[in-house]
Design a protein around this ligand. Structure first.
Ligand code: SF4
Ligand code: SF4
Ligand code: SF4
Length: 173
């Protein structure tokens, strides 16, 4: 994912565009604000993840790649970390929530319920939008940010965002 971000940012730079690449997604329970200060890039969290979704990203720092699978919130990454990167006492593992881009098949009048079917929390509902098209909406209170819907989407239309930035990122996409 980070490689894509770098390429996209470079392409944008070459075109004279100034939109910043999205911040990388860090493992659950990690202190995102101090991550690069605390993490020594040892790779233990990536090795420990049974889902294989933690990988080395930019600068060797671990990032979540939901294209590889979903987070089961097993906490193996946090348990494997020898540094003070993770805060298991945090109220939530992270604040990620899912959003669907306009490339969503259902939004383009093609029958698809793949994201809803993949969601273990039943957080995705299809509701009629203007024009009589049923489109997916995410119940933020129910979404855990597990990422299962991202890999399931055949149109690559699902992205995960920190809840506190979701409005600006969605508007910018
Ligand atoms: S909680 Fe478990 S599944 Fe999720 S990133 Fe950490 S090790 Fe992987
Ligand atoms: S185990 Fe901890 S210190 Fe090592 S790479 Fe992962 S987050 Fe960084
Ligand atoms: S991130 Fe997980 S909980 Fe949230 S909508 Fe997608 S599948 Fe459901």
């Amino acid at each position: 994912m980070a490689d894509d971000h770098v390429d996209l940012g470079r392409r944008g730079f070459l075109r004279g565009q100034r939109r910043a690449a999205p911040a990388p997604l860090r493992p659950p329970w990690s202190r995102a604000d101090r991550f690069t200060d605390l993490c020594t890039r040892c790779g233990a969290c990536a090795e420990a993840c049974p889902e294989g979704i933690v990988r080395r990203g930019d600068g060797g720092f671990p990032e979540i790649d939901f294209r590889r699978g979903e987070c089961s919130f097993c906490a193996a990454c946090a348990d494997a970390c020898p540094e003070a990167v993770f805060d298991r006492a945090a109220a939530r593992p992270w604040t990620l929530t899912a959003r669907m881009a306009p490339s969503c098949l259902a939004m383009n009048r093609i029958v698809c319920r793949s994201c809803r079917d993949a969601c273990p929390e039943s957080a995705i509902r299809f509701a009629l939008a203007p024009g009589g098209v049923a489109v997916p909406t995410v119940e933020d209170g129910a979404c855990t940010g597990c990422g299962a819907c991202l890999a399931a989407c055949p149109a690559d239309a699902v992205t995960l965002h920190p809840a506190e930035t979701v409005h600006e990122t969605v508007q910018a996409s």
